[in-house]
Design a binder for this molecule. Structure first.
Ligand code: FES
Length: 147
């Protein structure tokens, strides 16, 4: 992104990513229950006390969990299978807080182009910090994400 005085200009590729993110995001808005709007299945998770519950039957390799937005939970959560365990990543960019989008094996921020791995590690700046994550546990049928 270029800066001209107090305005910032977006490159063409950044603009296209931003528009694509909007299309995917608007697909997700009307979601109730399990839906697949892109390559990542989406689920509105049930929250039980301080945990989100994701049924294993709904899970593939990755799953986007939609959440009720709060100050402490400002973005959806991506759940990724990691061997026998599960990783839960807050899809909020650590640069300036935009919602990160899953694109194949990358997590991409549509605002300024930061890229993260599926483990949440920063691959491309301007973000300098890995995505936040939540502890998970698995009881054989459900994945629990501790908030
Ligand atoms: Fe700037 Fe994500 S908010 S790269």
């Amino acid at each position: 992104m270029k800066s001209t005085g107090d305005r910032e200009l977006m490159s063409r590729s950044q603009f296209l990513r931003y528009c694509a993110a909007g299309v995917v995001g608007s697909c997700a808005v009307a979601t109730l229950g399990l839906q697949s709007c892109s390559s990542v299945p989406m689920l509105r998770a049930q929250q039980v006390q301080s945990e989100l519950v994701v049924p294993l039957s709904a899970f593939e390799h990755t799953m986007m969990v939609q959440v009720e937005r709060t100050a402490s939970l400002p973005a959806d959560i991506l759940v990724v299978k990691d061997g026998a365990a599960f990783r839960a990543l807050l899809m909020r960019c650590t640069h300036k807080g935009c919602q990160v989008q899953a694109e194949g094996q990358l997590l991409v921020c549509p605002c300024h182009g930061s890229e993260f791995s599926l483990s949440g590690e920063v691959l491309s700046p301007p973000a300098s910090r890995n995505l936040d994550s939540y502890p998970t546990r698995f009881d054989g049928t459900q994945i629990y994400i501790r908030l």
